[in-house]
Structure formats: C-alpha cells, structure tokens
Write a protein that binds this ligand. Structure first.
Ligand SMILES: Nc1nc2c(ncn2[C@@H]2O[C@H](COP(=O)(O)OP(=O)(O)OP(=O)(O)O)[C@@H](O)[C@H]2O)c(=O)[nH]1
Length: 382
C-alpha cells in the first residue's frame, strides 16, 4: 500500500483540528474537568503544524522544518500539561515550552538543510516518545481508583511512544537520501500510526472526561457545597451499610448530633458570610478530632451528625468532649477579630437491634435538646 504522504499529513491536520474544536466546545461548557483547554490548544497547534510539515519543499525550510516541528512539539507538550492538570498536578508555564524551545535552535542550526535527515528524525521521534511517556506516567501513577479511561489513554500514549522509539532506531540506521518522506516505508507507517493514535487518544480523552464528570456529579449529589461534608442522604446510605457491618462483626456503633450554639445571634451580629465561615471553621475543628473511618455529615442549617464506627458510648463521649473543648478554645478568626462560639452535642449508642436512622436520630435529638436546655456548650448522652 502506498499513501501520498502530504495527503496523509493534511488529513491528520484536519482531524486534529476537528478534535481540537470539539475540545474547545467542551471547555466552553465549563465541565469542571481540568486540562481540557490545554488539550484543545495542543490538538489545535499540532493540527496546524501539519500544514507547514506537508508543505516541505514548497516553502522555506525555516517554516517547514523549524516552525512545523516546533509547533508539533508544542502541541504534544500541551497535551502533557493538560494531563497534569487533569490529574490535579501543578503546571508551570515554562514546562509547556521547554521541549519545543530546546528543539527549535537544534533544528535551525543542525537540521535546517537536508544533510542529515535521519538525525532530524531521530531527534524528533525521541522527543515525541518522551512527550508521550510523560503524560502516560502521570495517568498511571495517579490512577488509584483504576479508572478505565485513564488507563486506556496511558496505554495509547505508551504504544505511541514505543512506535516513535522504533522510528528513531529505524531512522538512525537509515542512509541519508535528503528527503524525510523517502526513508524506507516509515513515512506511510508514521502517517497511519499517527492517525490511529489520534483517533484512539481523542476517544480515550472523552471517556476520561466523562468518567471524571460522573465522579464529580456523584460527589456533588452526596456533599454539602458549603462545608464539603456529606449530606443527609449520603450519610443515610453509609449509616445503613455500617449498621449491618457492625451487626455482623458484633461491634458497637455510636452517633453524635451536634448543633452550634446561638448561631442565629452569630449570624445577626456578624452577617451571613461570617456565619458561613463559622460553619466551615466548625467542620475543620471537628474533623481534627475524628478518625479516618468516622463519618461527618451536615444534616441542615447548623446541625451536624457524626457516625463513629466501632465506638461504644464511652468512646463516643470522649470524642464529643474533644470536639466541644477544641471548639471552645479555638475561636473563629474573622476579619472583624476573634469570634468565639460553642457547640452542644447529643450522643447515642446505636444498639444492634436499632431499626433505622430515624429512631437513632430522634434519640440523639432528644439528648441534644436536653444539652441546650441545660445551658449549651455541653454533651448529653441519650
Ligand atoms: N450563615 C449561615 N446561616 C445558616 C445556614 N443555614 C442555617 N443558618 C442559620 O442558622 C440559624 C439557626 O438558628 P436557630 O435554629 O434559631 O438556632 P440557634 O440560634 O443556633 O440557637 P440554639 O440552637 O438554640 O443555640 C438561623 O439563623 C439560620 O438562618 C447557612 O448555611 N449559613
């Protein structure tokens, strides 16, 4: 099979630009997935590089060899930095330009004419392999949840890197014929591989984005947006499973129902925004008193529930006291100064025969009510 190489490169350019357009559209939808903008620019610039590359021999080598390849490397770099953003890693501006900026002078001073085409191909293939391995490595080492889309993209990138390492070795062994398009069968193979790579990569990125979106939607559906604690519904689901787990293991389970004291007054005196800060401060302080397996949820307003797996009522009381005293001794630092506030807590052991959360909640609520009646800033066991 013989493909006209310029045509293949032009088709690649058009396909990359189409992929870029779709990614820019996704970016405009503000999808709460990081990295899409870099990917979109990466595909756009790599796509545009196809035009000077395809025009080799028709335009000046400074444009085709240096600008074309520089743009191609910049496109790959942006896909790498976009991937770093996607997985939540920091991106420094220099890292987007480092590889192209190092490659451009070498291309200009050593490979501008066609006296060493194999050397040029070795350099470019090696850099493309490097820029494919880097995002693959980010995706694999930060894929703790074993997400399919993420592994897919990583393996596509590694396959592309392997092809380019082979291409570099093949080029190193080739004799110079003064034309990059004419080295053995590699130009056709490169075009076909690049086309497949791009299609599979775009598909993988779409799967990766939809996985990330799904996870974000799940997170939003289960969390309180202000304090980022679980909401009542999510708490209920976890409570049910913890209850059956503790029944099987014969372990005790306790809950704490907590309500910030005189919160209305705090809101009225300092404003709603400071009230919001107080809620966040409360969550931070409380979380410092809990173990990893303890579950904190916002039940509404200034009322929070903690589920303490494998904790009897004595242990629960100790945790409640830790929370109460920490809050009493760590006031909120607001722009207007320190704002002290306290919490009242109703603590209840969940008995193995407990029927449902409603019954537990009612018991904890009665204890909490008692704590308020007795003067607030205290714990009552119910
Ligand atoms: N800032 C802020 N205030 C909230 C939020 N949700 C509920 N509130 C306020 O919380 C206050 C709750 O007041 P109350 O139920 O009277 O309770 P309290 O003033 O804490 O009194 P006690 O519980 O008896 O100590 C109300 O003023 C609500 O407007 C929120 O998300 N942010």
């Amino acid at each position: 099979m013989h493909l006209e190489v310029r045509t293949v490169y032009l088709m690649l350019a058009i396909a990359a630009l189409a992929a870029s357009g779709s990614l820019f559209l996704a970016e405009r939808m503000k999808l709460s997935v990081q990295g899409i903008k870099h990917w979109a620019w990466g595909f756009a610039i790599a796509g545009l590089s196809g035009f000077p590359l395809a025009a080799r021999g028709m335009i000046s080598p400074a444009l085709s060899v240096v600008l074309g390849n520089g743009m191609l490397l910049l496109g790959y770099s942006l896909i790498w930095t976009g991937t770093r953003q996607f997985v939540g890693a920091a991106v420094r501006t220099w890292s987007m330009f480092a590889v192209p900026l190092m490659a451009v002078p070498v291309l200009y001073f050593h490979f501008l004419d066609d006296s060493d085409v194999p050397g040029r191909l070795v350099l470019l293939s090696s850099l493309i392999a490097l820029l494919s391995v880097l995002p693959a490595w980010e995706l694999l080492r930060r894929n703790k949840e074993h997400r399919l889309g993420q592994s897919w993209v990583a393996w596509i990138l590694l396959a592309h890197a392997s092809f380019n390492i082979y291409r570099a070795a093949y080029s190193a062994a080739a004799t110079n014929v003064g034309d990059g398009y004419a080295i053995g069968t590699m130009p056709t193979a490169t075009g076909v591989e690049a086309f497949l790579f791009m299609m599979l990569l775009v598909l993988g990125l779409i799967i990766m984005m939809s996985n990330a979106l799904q996870m974000e939607l799940n997170r939003q559906a289960s969390r309180d947006p202000l304090t980022d604690t679980l909401n009542r519904r999510a708490f209920h689901v976890i409570f049910e499973s913890e209850l059956s787990r503790s029944r099987q293991a014969g372990q005790q389970l306790s809950v704490l129902l907590m309500d910030i004291d005189n919160f209305k007054q705090l809101n009225d005196t300092h404003g709603h925004a400071v009230g919001d800060l107080a809620l966040k401060h409360f969550v931070t302080m409380t979380s410092l008193c809990l173990r990893n397996q303890d579950i904190l949820a916002r039940f509404g307003g200034e009322e929070f529930m903690v589920l303490l797996p494998d904790a009897n009522i004595d242990a629960a009381q100790m945790v409640a006291e830790r929370i109460r005293s920490r809050l009493a001794s760590c006031p909120l630092i607001a722009p207007a100064g320190e704002i002290p506030f306290t919490v009242s807590i109703g603590a209840t052991a969940v008995l193995a025969q407990a029927s449902d959360l409603k019954e537990i909640f009612n018991r904890a609520d009665a204890a909490l009510y008692q704590a308020k009646l007795e003067g607030r800033n205290r714990i009552v066991v119910g």
